[in-house]
Design a protein around this ligand. Structure first.
Ligand SMILES: *[C@@H]1O[C@H](CO)[C@@H](O)[C@H](O)[C@H]1NC(C)=O
Ligand SMILES: *[C@@H]1O[C@H](CO)[C@@H](O)[C@H](O)[C@H]1NC(C)=O
Length: 361
């Protein structure tokens, strides 16, 4: 399971309104890939029971009629989850997901890789976590990475999206190679992590894919201010067109890292040759634009939490850094469209806590 997160407290302080510049950029930058057009990756999908099995809350894990997907439900009795039947040493883990709509504060939908069951003390993990939503507000989500048991060093990044993830299925993917990790939303790379920059905290051991829905009332939405309201239950997250590409390996059988590397040589070479493994300059531009427009928390800029920066955070863009507070939070007007609706004299807005104005009944 996803380890407990430290409480991140987000402060806000006055900052110049850059939003005029930023909202103009919005007009020129087009990021989104429309649903259905995201097929240049040539992904091979597999039926649910060919690659996965229910993990918990079996009664709330409902395979779809066509066998290609599954719905995970959260009601007042339980959440639900599934896991890949195999573990993979490097891979492309991917699914189309449609999130529950309406009021979903406190509801977390997680799509992640982990080996916490096998390597308790030195586990690796790559997360995409959707953080619940108040009706009418944008869904937020975060990515995170842990390696070799680095649970004391969260590497959260938080974002909004350029579409409503409750309306249609969109593809979310985690690519993990020996050299880098890339998180994708549809075909837009949103985050890349390089092993060479991250060092010993980089994930190195076989991981399973997990997907879960659960009640995270204590931290998910606005740091726990808004709880799950079971009046709106059941909350249903739909998954379909799942994909697993990589080297299937059983770490309890093949114990040495050298043996795993040997077995996986060909599969990893295939993975590296795939379209989604190459970050073209067009994709790099799309990633930069996504991050400029939709990222609102970045651990690398959180010097309150990390007075000594983590190794991969030492090189940064000073212009980008200037848009963030020392808490890692985007400054008011830092880039987001929605913020441009606030008038200049409404003062700085703490993006996360702007839920204050929502109808949070
Ligand atoms: C949202 O929930 C409320 C209360 O249960 C319900 O009346 C409304 O129809 C729901 N809206 C949608 C779009 O499901
Ligand atoms: C992983 O962590 C352990 C301590 O928990 C350490 O001894 C080992 O060297 C680390 N491995 C890497 C690759 O950094």
């Amino acid at each position: 399971m996803v380890p407990n997160r430290p409480n991140i407290s987000f402060l806000s302080s006055p900052s110049p309104p850059l939003f005029l510049v930023m909202c103009c950029l919005v007009l020129f930058f087009s990021i989104g890939t429309a649903e259905g057009s995201s097929d240049t990756f040539g992904i091979t999908t597999l039926p649910f029971f060919d690659g996965f099995r229910p993990l918990f809350g079996d009664a709330n894990c409902a395979p779809s009629m066509d066998g290609r997907g599954v719905s995970l439900l959260l009601d007042r009795f339980t959440g639900a989850g599934f896991i890949s039947s195999d573990m993979y040493q490097h891979g492309f883990y991917s699914a189309k997901i449609k999130l529950p709509s309406n009021y979903t504060a406190g509801v977390v939908v997680a799509f992640y890789t982990s080996n916490g069951d096998v390597f308790e003390k030195t586990h690796d993990e790559l997360d995409i976590e959707f953080l619940g939503n108040i009706r009418g507000r944008k869904w937020r989500f975060q990515t995170n990475v842990y390696g070799n048991g680095s649970t004391q060093r969260g590497r959260e990044e938080r974002y909004t999206l350029w579409f409503d993830p409750t309306k249609n299925f969109h593809r979310y993917s985690i690519l993990w190679t020996p050299d880098n990790v890339i998180f994708y939303v549809d075909e837009v790379p949103i985050r890349e992590i390089k092993k060479v920059a991250m060092g010993g905290d980089y994930p190195t051991k076989p991981m399973s894919l997990y997907a879960t829905i659960w009640d995270a009332s204590d931290w998910a939405t606005s740091g726990g201010r808004y709880k799950v309201n079971y009046k709106y239950a059941p909350f249903v997250a739909r998954f379909t067109d799942l994909s697993l590409e990589g080297c299937s390996v059983e770490p309890t059988v093949v114990k040495s890292a050298a043996a795993v590397e040997d077995i996986c040589f060909d599969a990893v070479a295939r993975l590296r040759s795939r379209t989604f493994s190459g970050v073209t300059s067009a994709r790099r531009t799309a990633m930069r634009r996504f991050r400029q427009r939709y990222m609102y928390y970045y651990y690398c800029y959180d010097s309150v939490r990390y007075p000594v920066p983590l190794p991969e955070c030492i090189a940064f863009d000073p212009i980008e850094r200037a848009r963030y507070h020392d808490t890692g939070r985007l400054k008011f007007g830092g880039s987001h469209k929605r913020q441009s609706r606030h008038s200049v004299d409404s003062g700085p807005v703490d993006y996360e806590n702007s839920y204050d104005q929502a109808d949070a009944r």
